[in-house]
Design a protein around this ligand. Structure first.
Ligand code: ADP
Ligand code: GN1
Ligand code: MG
Length: 371
C-alpha cells in the first residue's frame, strides 16, 4: 500500500486511549485501506484499534457514508443493549475525533475513521467450518431483523444502483465496447459467458419495480470476511463493513453470502478445479438465514433465494470483468490478471449453480417448511 501519510499526524485527531506505538496494514478488503493501530495504555498494556482510510474514489461522499454508519450503529447498539448483549462487541463502535466527529479529514483530503478492535474473533477468507457458515446465516438474518424498523428514508445511497444488476451489465457492455486496455481479445470466452446470461440481470430489479419484492434495509456486501466469528463460540458475533448498508433486497444479502462462502476455494483461486458451489455449505447458510429471517420473508422472497445466489455471483463476476477491461481501477489488485482470476471463479460458480439449481430449490423449500 502506498503510505503517503504519517500515522502520528492522523492518530492525534482521535480520542484513542494510550500512547501511539505503530500501525500496520490489516485484513483483506478490496476497497478501503485498513490498519491495526497499537497503543500503550497507562497501565503498560498494549491494545489496538482498527483505522480505515475510506476509499473516496468508490464512496463519493464519505460525509454521507459516515452519517449512515453513525445512525445504523446507534440503532443496532440500542437493540443489542435492550437484548442484554455486549454492545462493544456485537456492533461496530466508532471512536470519536477530538472535536467530537465520527471521522477526520486530513489536509490532503483523505477521510479517516477508527473503530474499537473486536478481539478474540476472526474473519475468514474461506469457510473452514460449516457451523461458522450456519452461524453467519443466522447473524446476517438477524442483522436484517434488527434494522427492519430503521427509517430507511434517513439512509444515503452510498453507491447509487449498487445492486442494479442490469445497470451493472450495461457498464460491462460499455467496457467491452470501449476496450480501453485492449484486453477484450483475451477474454472472449468470459464475455460470451456473460452475454449469454444478459436476460437474468433484470429479473430482481423488475420484481422490485413491480412492487413484488419489498425494499428493506440491507447490508449489501455480505461476504464471509465481513462477519467476525467468535474464536470460542464460533458464533457470528459482529457484522462489519457497513459502508453499503442501504435500502436493498434481502435477496442481495442471501445471494452474496452464498457467492463467497459456499465456494470451498478462495475468491481468486487460479485452479478452477477447486472451485464449485458446495451444496452442504449452501444448506448450512440457508438453515441459519431462514432460522432468523424466515418468518419475515415473503413467499416471493423465499422463492427467489436460489436464483439470488446465482445472480449475485454473476453480478460480481461481471463487475470483476468490467474492472479488468477498464484497467483495474475499482477493486484492489495484488497481481497481474487478478480481476480476471476473480471473474473466472465467479463464472465457474454460476455454471455450477445452474447445474445444481433444482437441489438448491429443494434445500430452500425444506428449511422454509420448518419455519
Ligand atoms: P473493506 O471495505 O476494504 O472490505 P472492512 O471494513 O471489511 O474493509 O475491513 C477489512 C478487514 O479488517 C475485515 O475483513 C476485518 O478482518 C478487519 N476489521 C474491520 N473492522 C474490524 C474491527 N472493528 N475489529 C477487528 N477487525 C476488523
Ligand atoms: C468488495 O469491501 P469488500 O472487500 O468487503 C465490494 C463488494 C464485492 C466484493 C467482492 C463497496 O467488498 O461489492 O462483492 O468486494 N465492495 C464494494 O469480493 O464495492
Ligand atoms: Mg470488507
Amino acid at each position: 500500500m502506498n503510505q503517503d501519510f504519517n500515522f502520528k499526524d492522523i492518530v492525534r485527531h482521535f480520542t484513542f486511549e494510550g500512547a501511539f506505538i505503530e500501525a500496520n496494514p490489516y485484513g483483506c478488503g478490496h476497497i478501503n485501506d485498513t490498519f491495526a493501530a497499537y497503543f500503550k495504555k497507562a497501565d503498560g498494556n498494549t491494545h489496538r484499534y482498527i483505522m480505515q482510510r475510506i476509499n473516496h474514489n468508490v464512496f463519493k461522499s464519505p460525509e454521507n457514508l459516515m452519517e449512515n454508519i453513525e445512525s445504523v450503529t446507534r440503532h443496532l447498539r440500542k437493540k443489542i443493549i435492550a437484548a442484554g448483549g455486549n454492545e462493544q462487541r456485537e456492533t461496530l463502535n466508532l471512536i470519536s475525533t477530538v472535536d467530537g466527529k465520527s471521522f477526520y479529514k486530513s489536509p490532503e483530503g483523505h477521510y479517516w475513521r477508527a473503530y474499537i478492535f473486536i478481539e478474540n474473533a476472526t474473519t475468514y477468507q474461506v469457510v473452514e467450518n460449516a457451523d461458522h457458515f450456519y452461524n453467519a446465516g443466522k447473524a446476517f438474518g438477524t442483522f436484517q431483523k434488527l434494522l427492519s424498523d430503521f427509517p430507511a428514508g434517513q439512509l444515503h445511497e452510498t453507491i447509487p444502483n449498487f445492486h442494479h444488476t442490469s445497470k451493472r451489465f450495461e457498464a460491462f457492455a460499455e467496457a467491452v465496447d470501449k476496450d480501453r486496455m485492449n484486453r477484450a481479445k483475451d477474454v472472449r470466452a468470459e464475455i460470451a459467458f456473460a452475454e449469454k446470461r444478459a436476460a437474468d440481470t433484470s429479473v430482481l430489479v423488475d420484481l422490485l419495480e413491480q412492487g413484488k419484492l419489498p425494499l428493506r434495509v440491507t447490508h449489501n456486501d455480505t461476504k464471509f470476511n465481513n462477519i467476525m466469528i467468535d474464536d470460542i463460540t464460533g458464533e457470528g458475533v459482529c457484522v462489519i463493513d457497513l459502508d453499503t448498508v442501504m435500502p436493498g433486497l434481502s435477496l442481495y444479502d442471501f445471494g452474496d453470502s452464498i457467492r463467497f462462502g459456499a465456494n470451498p476455494a478462495a475468491e481468486d483461486e487460479k485452479d478452477l478445479s477447486k472451485v464449485w458451489m458446495e451444496l452442504g455449505l449452501y444448506e448450512q447458510f440457508t438453515r441459519g438465514f431462514l432460522e432468523s429471517a424466515g418468518k419475515f420473508l415473503t413467499p416471493v422472497e423465499l422463492a427467489y433465494l436460489p436464483f439470488s445466489a446465482k445472480l449475485m455471483t454473476f453480478e460480481c463476476g461481471i463487475r470483476f470483468l468490467t474492472d479488468y477491461l477498464n484497467g483495474d481501477v475499482y477493486f484492489k489488485v495484488h497481481r497481474e490478471g487478478h480481476n480476471l482470476d476473480r471473474t473466472r471463479t465467479q463464472f465457474k460458480l454460476v455454471a455450477d449453480m445452474e447445474e445444481k439449481f433444482e437441489q438448491m430449490k429443494m434445500i430452500v423449500e425444506r428449511y422454509t417448511s420448518l419455519q
